[in-house]
Every structure is written in structure tokens, then in C-alpha cells.
Design a protein around this ligand. Sequence first.
Ligand code: AMP
Length: 281
Amino acid sequence: MKLVSDISGLREWRNSVSGSVGFVPTMGALHNGHLSLVESSNRTCKHTVVSIYVNPTQFSPNEDLSKYPRNLQADVKKLQHFNVDVLFFPDDKMMYPDGFSTSVSESQLSSKLEGASRPTHFAGVTTVVTKLFNLVEPTHAFFGKKDAQQFRIIRKIVDDLNFDISIIPCEIVRESHGLAHSSRNDYLSIDERKRAGIIHQALKEAEDILKKGERSSRVIRETIRQRISTDALSKIDYVSVADTHSLEEISGRIEKSILVSVAVYFSNVRLIDNFEFIIRE
Ligand code: AMP
């Protein structure tokens, strides 16, 4: 695995290879969710590039940029078990040199769900992902379904801006008690992580009643809210039942495929999770 922190080194490598190149963009503090994306890339592509960059522009001023977990050495060790050609880890000066003044933003999906709570977040994501796509020039890029809205927005900018890149969704990987892996889980104690499994249990309960035929969006939201609220450490930001494509909130009966998603502060750590429920038309 080549460790590359500068753009010229990355371009030099890219010009030296041919065939499929899979790309896994991350913010580091790697866990099994990230590593499953690397595995998918290894299975699908001849080459794999992983990036680690804690992108400041996707954090709001009141968020956890300065204390976001960073551990490059441990990340390098974890990646050595996989077939990674290049680990690209640029710094802020490399990504946003003085005078940087361009932004890429998507305007339909980005204001909903996470975007309502974090208004500048997705413009930060789409700008940095566009830059990384231009630098790595991948044929495939791998994104986790844990960030379901992010995945949809990336797929949208790839369509809208004609990137010749296949965007591959990867399943959510969970800890043993059901909590979706996230670098932010590092902020929680072992006991809190176990208790935060209630978020997944609540979603599963909702999925079960959907499978049994429940079609009231209100009942689905209430079921999730009630279950999560039983733990005093939790404070719900939102519970959403939305059209899986447009992310428009559904107010009445569920008649189309939906994305059911939540954001919950658990012990003050913001956690997200979701599932998709497909209704064949
Ligand atoms: P992050 O480092 O949080 O920006 O995440 C980098 C990539 O890993 C994104 O595509 C995420 O959706 C994906 N990812 C994060 N957590 C998980 C998880 N638990 N399961 C699957 N993919 C994940």
C-alpha cells in the first residue's frame, strides 16, 4: 500500500495503472463498516484507493470537527489486511488552498432530513467528493447505506454532472448489539454502545409491522419514537418516513417504497440509522 499525501503523487500513480479503480472515501477512525467497503472494492475492482480526510467544510461551527477521532497509524494497520493500492490522506492546505472559492451543491435532496438539521453539511460533502473523484478518477466508488441520504445525493451529482463512475451501495455493518458502526461511537462507553442498540431495535420493530401490512406512516413514526424514548440517554432529533427516491416526507398512507430514518442524540452523540422498505409497484 502506497501512502500518498500530495496530489502530484496521486496523479502519478493514477497515470501508471489501467483497468478498474475502486474508491472508498472516508474520514478515518476506520471500523468494520469502512472495511466492508474496502472489501467490496477488492471484490469488484483491479485496484483500490482509500482516502482519509476529515473534511472541515461538512462540519457546522457547533459540531465536533476538532475532537473528531483521528488515528492514522491504526488506520494504516487495519488497511494492511486488504488489497489497497493507495491510501490518500491530504491535508487542509492540499484540499483547500488559500483563495479556494468553489462549491458544488445539490439542491433537492440536500435540504431534507440530515440537511434540515445540518444546513451546510451536504454542500461540504458534495464539494469534497467532487474534488476526490477528479483526483482519483475511479471507475467505481463505494458508499455505505448507513448514510442513506448521502448515497442518494452522490448518485444524483454523478448523474447530473456526468461523472463516468459506478456508485455502489454497501450494506450497513453493525456492532454485536445492533448499533451501526460509526467513528462517532468512539465517544460512547461500552455500556452506552450496548444501550444505543435500542435505535436498531426500534427500526426493526417498525420493519416487522410494515412486513405484517401496517401502512400508516404515523404509526411507524410513533412505534420508533416510543421505543427509542424508553432509554433516558436518548433525545430524538427526527424520525422520518419518506419516499425512498425523492426523500419527501410521507404524511398519510404508505403506498410507495420508503426510507425510514432516524437521528438520535444518545448521551449527546448524534447517531443516525435507517432501513429501506420496498413496495413493488
Ligand atoms: P465516514 O468516514 O463516516 O465519512 O464514512 C465513510 C464511508 O463509510 C461512507 O460511505 C459511509 O456511509 C460508510 N460507512 C460508515 N459507517 C458504516 C457502516 N456502519 N456500515 C457500512 N458503511 C458505513
